[in-house]
Design a protein around this ligand. Structure first.
Ligand code: NAD
Ligand code: ZN
Ligand code: ZN
Length: 343
C-alpha cells in the first residue's frame, strides 16, 4: 500500500509498504480520510523523537477491513473514527477519562497514530479496537478532522467553560483548522460572544460566517481593539491556536481579571509572568492552561454536535498522492479549514 512516511527529520515521502496485519485486539481500518494538522508540520521538522520510518497522520476515519483475535463488536465494513490519545487504560488518570494525560507517559506526550505509532496517511492503519468510535451517518472523509481539529478545541473550551457565561467574551486567535472549529464549538455550546483573530482576512471572513460576532486582524492594534470591544476589561477566555510570541503577548494583554488563557498552539512563544502588585503581565485571578487533545468523552460530544449539524468541518479534499504538496499549502497558510488526504 502507499503510505506517506517520515523517513528522517525534515524528509517525508510517499512510499510502498506492506498492508499491516491486525494483531490481538487490533482492527485494520481502510482509511477514508486523513486530516492534515499543523502538528504534522511540527512533526516533519522536529528532531527525531520516535522510531522512523513512521507514517504521518493522526486524524483518522475509515472502515473496518479486518479484525485481530479477541475483537468483538466491529464488523467488516463498519465506519469508525480513531480516538487520538492512546493512553494505557489502566492508570487512575485514564480511569477518570483523561487518557490524554495518561500517567504511563510521565511528563511526555501520550502517543497515538502518527504520533509514535504508524499513522493514517496511508491506505490502511491499525488501531486498537478500544480506541475506535462509531462514525454513524457522518461523511467518512469530512469527519476525519473531528478526531483532533474538533476534539482539541472542544477540550480547550471545557477548560474555560465556567467563565463562558452569557455576555462573556471569548477570543479565538488563529482560525485555521482547529480555530474554525473552536469558533463553532463556542457558538454552539457556550453563552460567549466570540471575537476571532487571524492574520488572514479570508479566514476571518470564514470565522464570521461560522459564528464569530467580531473579527480582528492580528497586528499591533489588535489588543486595543479587543479591549475596546470589551469596555476595557478584556475577554473572559482567550484560546490561542498559534502559541507564537505575538499571540501569547496578545492573550496576556486582553485576558480579563479571573479569565483563562488556553494555549493550544505550539508556536514556541513565551508567556510573560511577573509576580508583582498590581500584576504587571497577567491581571488578578487570571490563569493559563495548556491542554493536549481531549478525552474520549469529549470525542463523543464532538460527534454528537456534528451529527446534529451544530458544527461542521470546512474540508478541502486532496489525493494522498499529493500529500507533499498539501503540506506545502498548509505551511503557506493556503488551506481553507482543514485539508483531508483521500487514499
Ligand atoms: P492551521 O495552520 O490550520 O491554522 C493556524 C491559523 O493561525 C491560520 O489561520 C493562520 O493564518 C493563523 N495564524 C498564524 N499566525 C498568526 C498570528 N500571528 N496571529 C493570528 N493568527 C495567526 O493550524 P492548526 O492545524 O489549526 O493547528 C494550530 C496549532 O495547534 C498548531 O501549532 C498545532 O501544532 C497545534 N495543535 C495543538 C494540539 C494540542 O493538543 N495542544 C492539537 C492539535 C494542534
Ligand atoms: Zn493534530
Ligand atoms: Zn493511563
Amino acid at each position: 500500500m502507499k503510505a506517506f512516511q517520515l523517513l528522517e527529520p525534515g524528509v517525508a515521502e510517499l512510499v510502498d509498504v506492506e498492508v499491516p496485519e491486525p494483531g490481538p485486539g487490533e482492527v485494520l481500518l481502510k482509511v477514508a480520510g486523513a486530516g492534515v494538522c499543523h502538528s504534522d508540520l511540527h512533526i516533519l521538522h522536529a528532531d527525531a523523537w520516535q522510531p522512523l520510518p513512521m507514517t504521518i497522520g493522526h486524524e483518522v476515519s475509515g472502515h473496518v477491513a479486518a479484525v485481530g483475535t479477541g475483537v468483538t463488536g466491529w464488523d467488516e465494513g463498519a465506519g469508525a473514527l480513531a480516538y487520538l490519545c492512546w493512553g494505557c487504560g489502566k492508570c487512575r488518570t485514564c480511569a477518570a477519562g483523561f487518557e490524554n494525560y495518561c500517567e504511563a507517559f510521565g511528563r511526555g506526550i501520550v502517543p497515538g497514530p502518527g504520533l509514535g505509532y504508524q499513522g493514517c496517511m496511508a491506505e490502511y492503519v491499525l488501531v486498537l479496537a478500544r480506541f475506535l468510535v462509531p462514525l454513524g451517518d457522518l461523511d467518512p472523509v469530512d469527519a476525519a478532522p473531528l478526531t483532533d481539529a474538533g476534539l482539541t478545541p472542544y477540550h480547550a473550551v471545557n477548560m474555560a467553560r465556567e467563565a463562558l457565561v452569557a455576555k462573556s467574551t471569548a477570543v479565538v486567535i488563529g482560525v485555521g483548522g482547529l480555530g474554525h472549529m473552536g469558533v463553532q464549538i463556542l457558538a454552539a455550546t457556550t453563552g460567549a460572544r466570540v471575537i476571532a483573530v487571524d492574520l488572514d482576512k479570508a479566514k476571518l471572513a470564514h470565522a464570521a460566517e461560522l459564528g464569530a460576532a467580531e473579527t480582528v486582524v492580528s497586528d499591533e492594534r489588535a489588543a486595543a481593539r479587543i479591549l475596546d470591544l470589551t469596555h476595557g476589561r478584556g475577554a473572559e477566555a482567550v484560546f490561542d491556536f498559534v502559541g507564537a510570541q505575538p499571540t501569547l503577548g496578545l492573550a496576556a494583554s486582553v485576558i480579563a481579571p479571573h479569565g483563562r488563557i488556553v494555549v493550544v498552539g505550539l508556536g514556541e512563544g513565551t508567556l510573560p509572568f511577573t509576580a508583582t502588585s498590581p500584576p504587571a503581565a497577567l491581571p488578578w485571578g487570571a490563569g493559563v492552561v495548556k491542554p493536549y487533545g481531549g478525552t474520549r468523552a469529549d470525542l463523543h460530544d464532538v460527534l454528537a454536535l456534528a451529527q446534529r449539524g451544530a458544527i461542521s468541518v470546512t474540508v478541502e479534499r486532496h489525493p494522498l498522492a499529493e500529500a507533499k504538496e498539501t503540506f506545502e499549502l498548509l505551511q503557506l497558510g493556503k488551506v481553507a479549514g482543514r485539508a483531508v488526504l483521500v487514499p
